[in-house]
Design a protein. Structure first.
Length: 202
């Protein structure tokens, strides 16, 4: 869903008068941390994650905790960018569901009915992802789990945390694309800052 959110944010930013050049001027503190967190998340969905899970459930939980800490530090280091708060909140919501279920994000069994032959479903059933599991009656914090059907470039399930994170990412991209624009701004409270000065009465 994040990839679709980035594309939507870029398209919306351009339609609202932003520019890609403005986006390239954006700067963040502790930027490497978010990349490390993303690498951990990706790795846990590959065979490497399966190897980590083979060590023990504690290893999967440790990876989730580390990923969450990196995200929190990154957000705290960039508090002047409000959309990051949403991204951080979404990450915490997902982490809560994962940590409550022994390091695995529960997925609604509906996926087996709605998209039984999708790559997403087949990978899950083949046991090639260590940090996902089908939800069952014993699942904790089910409302924060991947229970919302979503069709992007493929069909899969998303969580409430994913939706919050994606909303924050879209708003962040739009605001950064307009940050240096002399005529447009995403935030209404700053709209008057972009107006031309009134003509002098002299």
């Amino acid at each position: 869903m994040l990839f679709e959110s980035v594309l939507f944010g870029l398209a919306a930013g351009l339609l609202l008068g932003g520019s890609l050049r403005s986006l390239t001027k954006a700067s963040f503190r502790c930027l490497p941390l978010i990349f490390v967190a993303a690498v951990i998340d990706f790795a846990m969905s590959t065979r490497l994650g399966t190897s980590v899970a083979a060590i023990g459930g504690w290893a999967v939980i440790a990876a989730t905790v580390l990923q969450t800490i990196l995200l929190i530090v990154f957000v705290l280091g960039n508090m002047e960018k409000p959309p990051l708060w949403l991204i951080g909140l979404g990450g915490l919501m997902n982490s809560a569901a994962i940590l409550a279920n022994s390091g695995m994000m529960p997925i609604s069994p509906q996926i087996l009915v709605l998209a039984p032959d999708s790559p997403y479903t087949l990978t899950l059933l083949a046991g090639r992802v260590a940090n996902y599991t089908l939800a069952n009656p014993a699942t904790k914090l089910l409302f924060l789990s991947d229970i919302i059907p979503f069709r992007g470039f493929t069909f899969y399930m998303i969580s409430a945390g994913d939706m919050v994170t994606s909303a924050g990412l879209i708003i962040l991209i739009i605001s950064l694309m307009q940050a240096y624009s002399p005529r447009y701004t995403f935030f209404p409270s700053k709209a008057f800052d972009t107006l031309d000065d009134p003509p002098s009465s002299d």
